[in-house]
Design a protein around this ligand. Structure first.
Ligand code: ADP
Ligand code: MG
Length: 372
């Protein structure tokens, strides 16, 4: 797969897909990490005298009313501050007029188009990878760069289809993710232990099924633990659990097939009749033994101070080990940041679902479209 270093970008018009889907709280950006992660590639493009056209999605757009909340205008402003360079925001991402405006900017300009998912309001054109839309975006530039690792598990017009119409390569962020996640794909260190927590087992079950043959231990927390416990007939009160009996049956079968790998603690914190956190004590012996550890999903409801101990203990404990530790996932990384532990691990991945799919499959759907 080509990366940004493999192609001649000098004086070119480059359209770049970033992942600027930043978290918001009461109308302001609550965490700029995703913007920071793009700066490297953008600065490199500027230093090559490129005209830069930025595409990104932002939030979920289901109705016309969602547009106001998820305009990228506020992100363009923040990016401009961080780059210390003008970022020209265009309040549309499609059409002749938009093309005229984009075309009018000279080299060494940074232009940000409006949220790509606005195009989902008619026929889900972005999410369903409409070729007409991909072709339109391609018509604005000479080269396409994908630097949106966190969105590359999806084949959308802006992450996949566009590659058909332009020379393509990945940017520095994607390159760094791929290089750093390599140990989790060609597992060269064992025992390899995965801790998986988080809310919904439905989201993570397909990944769990792919990871079980690869790992040596799977330690569980969160709603996933609850569902496994239920599957083996342990009382979980009113805890968060999957309602789907087929999933429960599948979990039971998995547990029987991988009884020595799937480790379920019974040491948990119950409040208001719900399991809301775990005590990680019983997991330490597996972690101690491991040479490679991957953590995704929090052991408990860490957002609530009363139930953050399991998350804090786990994140603090693994940093004291000799094992190579890699952490990924939106909420998990926000816990890492809250605790100022970003530099304590071998790697902290910027992706959530994308990171999980990457380590399960060894590739991501959108990256398969990039020039070889
Ligand atoms: P990531 O975003 O890192 O992939 P997840 O979204 O899967 O992680 O998991 C984090 C979420 O899981 C948090 O919002 C947390 O409150 C929730 N969670 C963890 N344990 C429980 C639990 N026992 N019951 C309900 N929610 C839980
Ligand atoms: Mg999450």
């Amino acid at each position: 797969m080509k990366n940004i270093k493999d192609i001649d970008l000098k004086n070119k018009r480059v359209i770049i897909r970033c992942d600027l889907n930043v978290p918001m709280s009461s109308g302001t950006i609550s965490d700029s990490n995703r913007i920071i992660k793009c700066l490297n590639t953008l600065k490199y493009l500027l230093s090559n005298n490129c005209k830069i056209i930025i595409l990104s999605h932002f939030g979920r757009i289901k109705h016309e009313e969602d547009k106001e909340k998820y305009s990228l205008k506020i992100v363009a402003k923040k990016l401009s501050e961080m780059m210390e360079y003008p970022v020209h925001f265009i309040n549309s991402c499609y059409g002749n007029k938009t093309k005229e405006i984009v075309d009018s900017y000279p080299l060494k300009s940074i232009i940000m188009l409006e949220n790509t998912r606005f195009m989902d309001l008619v026929d889900k054109q972005e999410s369903h990878n409409y070729s007409e839309l991909a072709k339109y975006w391609a018509s604005l530039a000479d080269i396409y760069i994908n630097d949106a690792f966190g969105s590359s598990h999806r084949e959308h017009a802006s992450t996949a289809g566009i590659c058909k119409y332009l020379p393509s390569a990945v940017g520095y962020l994607v390159k760094e993710e791929i290089e750093n996640l390599k140990p989790l794909i060609n597992i060269d260190k064992r025992p390899f232990t995965i801790f998986m927590g988080g809310a919904k087992v439905e989201d993570k079950l397909p990944i769990i099924k792919k990871l079980l043959p690869k790992c040596d231990y799977l330690l569980l927390g969160g709603g996933i633990l609850n569902s496994f416990l239920k599957a083996i007939n342990i009382e979980i009160y009113d805890s968060l659990v999957t309602e789907d009996p087929l999933i429960i049956r599948e979990l039971k079968e998995l547990y029987i097939s991988y009884e020595n790998k799937i480790i379920l603690t019974k040491n948990y914190i119950v409040d208001d009749n719900k399991i809301l956190d775990i005590n990680i004590e019983g997991y330490k012996k597996y972690l101690n033994e491991s040479n490679l550890i991957f953590i995704n999903g929090t052991p408990g409801v860490f957002e609530n101070d009363k139930f953050k101990k399991g998350t804090e203990d786990l994140l603090n404990y693994v940093k004291t080990l000799d094992a190579e530790v890699i952490v990924g996932g939106g909420d998990t990384v926000s816990a890492v940041k809250k605790m100022n532990l970003e530099n304590e691990y071998k790697f902290v991945s910027s992706g959530g679902g994308a990171t999980l799919e990457y380590i399960a499959d060894g590739t991501l759907k959108a990256l398969e479209w990039i020039d070889k």
